[in-house]
Design a protein around this ligand. Structure first.
Ligand code: DSN
Length: 406
């Protein structure tokens, strides 16, 4: 019997998700098939080690599911056996830490993107273990909000780091992985590309792939890829063994095989033609939302987007990121405040990040994005309450049961 309190809370969360619209760029909704695998028999199994080399018996099928996940991962990103695949990291942070520990010694230099420019905590920020274990140097954006490749190149030449990390959490434009790979090669650094935000777009072939230009690629599996919360590390051989050792026994114990089964299903789905249609729609929705917001006078960082997300600069509207986040939440729109170029405090930023992976999964298209821009303008700028209108829109496109459209 489920505890009444738990049932009440979970039911309330489901209702909240159905009646509100998540525009959080890192959120998505896995398929029913993926969700079912998270509570499959694999939930109970201990399998420390890797296929064929486990520290527990009874792992015939654990080996099969892990190898299958690796196979689908290579298939999704068009990789051959020169890339080792590790599907065991519990999430993006351990995946990044394991990658760095495989390639560099504590105290050596890494270069990653600044948090306020959109870098992840694990790209070397001082508050993260990555900024404590390694000597961290950070790069950022230029005044127009574009990735500052020239500054990165200068820093690389000056510091000659062991690792250069590419990838961001809030960059609305294409990342030139080839250019970053070239910068890394010129100073004999490893290039680790964290494509957590972009994985689904890369898989669908609508964002340039980092693989030819990187030594290690990390990704979470739940953002544009739309799977369960987990992560994958791809390592160009012969780096696979070092990465595997860094994940287990370096950092983690038993893998979560139920999650690995869910990741396998998600990767299988990403090989289907329907996934490409979904990923293209994510981008069409983002570009429609961006254009509609601009038409209403909102200022966007870089004046638009090439991918699944955009950043509104709220300064001209005399609104803070926190205030905008709160107003939107009262109106059933969930989007997070975000730093933009020129901000000094990540706690009090003047930007708002909007992303379309979840709304697209629910079946929303360009028409709904145009309406959404109208609703955002009404509540943020005209002080109107649009909560009921947003709820009606959301109920037409439920999040649960998991939608069938994509
Ligand atoms: N915090 C995630 C995001 O929202 O982008 C990244 O881990």
């Amino acid at each position: 019997m489920q505890a009444t309190q738990i049932k009440k809370i979970v039911t309330a969360e489901k209702q909240r998700q159905n009646e509100t619209l998540s525009l959080i760029a890192s959120e998505n909704i896995p398929s029913d098939e993926t969700l079912a695998l998270l509570s499959s028999a694999f939930e109970t199994k201990y399998a420390e080690g890797y296929p064929g080399k486990r520290y527990y018996p009874g792992n015939k099928w654990s080996d099969e599911i892990e190898l299958l996940a690796q196979r689908y991962a290579r298939q999704v990103f068009n990789l051959d056996a020169s890339w080792a695949v590790n599907v065991q990291p519990h999430s993006g942070s351990p995946a990044n830490l394991a990658s760095y520990l495989a390639l560099a010694k504590p105290g050596e230099t890494i270069i990653g993107m600044e948090l306020s420019a959109g870098g992840h905590l694990t790209h070397g920020q001082a508050v993260s273990f990555t900024g404590k274990i390694f000597k961290s140097v950070l790069y950022g954006l230029d005044q127009s909000g574009r990735l500052d490749y020239e500054a990165l190149e200068k820093l690389a030449k000056k510091h000659r780091p062991k690792i250069i990390i590419s990838g961001t959490t809030s960059y609305p434009r294409v990342i030139d992985f080839a250019r970053i790979g070239k910068i890394a090669r010129a100073v004999q650094s490893y290039h680790v590309a964290d494509i957590s935000h972009l994985a689904g777009l890369v898989a669908a072939g609508i964002h340039p792939t980092p693989f030819p230009h990187a030594d290690v690629v990390t990704t979470t599996t739940h953002k544009t890829l739309g799977g369960p919360r987990g992560a994958i590390i791809f390592a160009r051989e012969p780096l696979g063994l070092a990465v595997n050792k860094a994940v287990f026994p370096g950092l983690q114990g038993g893998p979560h095989l139920n999650t690995i089964a869910g990741i396998a299903q998600t990767l299988f789905e990403a090989t289907r033609p329907k996934f490409k249609i979904y990923a293209k729609q994510v981008i069409k929705n983002a570009s429609t939302l961006a254009a509609s917001l601009r038409a209403k006078g909102f200022k966007l960082i870089t004046d638009g987007t090439d991918n699944h997300l955009m950043l509104i600069n709220l300064n001209p509207r005399e609104l803070t990121g926190e205030a905008a986040e709160k107003i939107l939440e009262k109106n059933n729109i969930i989007a997070n405040r975000n730093s933009i170029p020129g901000d000094t405090s990540p706690l009090h930023p003047s930007g708002l990040r909007l992303g379309t992976p979840s709304a697209t999964r629910r079946g929303m298209r360009e028409k709904e994005m145009i309406l959404l821009a109208e609703l955002i303008e009404q509540c943020l700028i005209k002080n109107k309450n649009v909560a009921a209108k947003v709820k009606i829109l959301c109920q037409k496109f439920p999040a649960w049961p998991s939608p069938k459209k994509f």
